[in-house]
Ligand binder design. Sequence first.
Ligand code: AMP
Ligand code: MG
Length: 468
Amino acid sequence: MTIAFDNTYVRDLPGTYLRQAPDVAPAPRLLVLNRGLLADLGLAMTEAEAAAWFSGASVPPGAEPVALAYAGHQFGGFSPQLGDGRAHLLGEVLGPDGRRWDIQLKGSGRTSFSRGGDGKAAVGPMLREYLISEAMHALGVPTTRSLAVVATGEDVAREAWLPGAVVARVAASHIRVGTFQFFSARGDQAQVRAVADYAIARHYPELLAAEAPYLVFLDAVIERQARLVASWMGLGFIHGVMNTDNMAVSGETIDYGPCAFMEGYAPGTVFSSIDRTGRYAYANQPLIMGWNLARLAETLLPLFDVDGDRAVDLANGRLDRIAARYREAWLAVMRRKLGLVGEDAGDAALADDLMAAMGGADWTLTFRRLGDEAALRPLFDDFTAMEAWLPRWRARAGDGVEARLSAANPAVIPRNHQVEAALEAATAGDMAPFDALLAAVQEPFVERDGFMLPAPTGFGPYVTYCGT
Ligand code: AMP
Ligand code: MG
């Protein structure tokens, strides 16, 4: 079998990447292969081919491996040069439906962008990316997806020696806010324009004919990010490292590092070990989204207008709308989660008042059990505020709400203690817990005993790590 690559990024955007070969994995072994996704991409291959191609043991014919250049604000501080330090874009394929996908390896060795890093990844974090991205996809969230995780047969040095692995992931593209920043920071506005033109053609072709294409491009990215982050908030998803290099202009969730799902509702929840100030805490995510979009707008200013002041005015006109646009997207998510049909002026207050009444109750199960007071009550330490809220909600929600709640609210999310247990077992060579958890999170609306409960007391506080 061959893969019919059609590598437009490499062809159309010279100067935005470096040609780099992935490391040859010494003893590739498939840990997990996404046959459904392979079929969606119109790809067929043997397991031996998948293990070789998706580990970097051999480069499939037609692939043109490159490391992409990008910059980024990391925790608010600007790094003019980041780039793929441990990833190789193999190329692009067109699915049977005509959609174009990047296929990228991560953990596949050093590149010219690696700085001090080893270019590698351990089995645990690569399986985490596979698991969480597949869960997000099943939950209906735009996201990169994972094709395979292949153990390389080589140990990597972390706090201990750990088995190494490569994840093969697919994305609508890997163009980030940081891609624009890389060229803008160098004063290379021609390259910013080239990337913008490419991104518009690839992700927003309907805008090509617009009178002010770069302004409407900014609007379109704002719109997709508002919806994306609203969907995260509805699920209690915490990305953990919303740096500008980890925000894709396609509107997909990208770069699963220290991400995790909030269990008990607490707006300040942070899991990432390096997020000491809570910059990327649950409730901050919409604000950070707006901050990142302002960084994107800055790179586009010269394309908005040759007059600098007018360009800033035009950008601000767009950026000023982000908060309202996000709030609208969030309200749409909350209406669905609450099983509300149509729109009512009191809906925002109803949603806000539930947040206020929740205390630390489990985010996921509260929505799932909203229609069943007997099952809901045990989730709360103090149900007093809910006693007042529930009748208001019932009056608004009306008949048939139970079915709407079950369709909108997952029973199963990747629970932190189960993710940890599955990754720990996989690192020790036992894939069974991972496989069982993966099967459960791939059907998140199906109630499955054993996969629905929050971490037992005594687990935690949960800490996640990135760059591992
Ligand atoms: P991240 O926080 O995972 O989005 O990565 C931020 C930057 O660090 C990117 O430029 C990565 O390519 C780079 N990086 C992360 N881990 C490694 C590693 N083990 N070796 C080389 N570069 C890395
Ligand atoms: Mg990244």
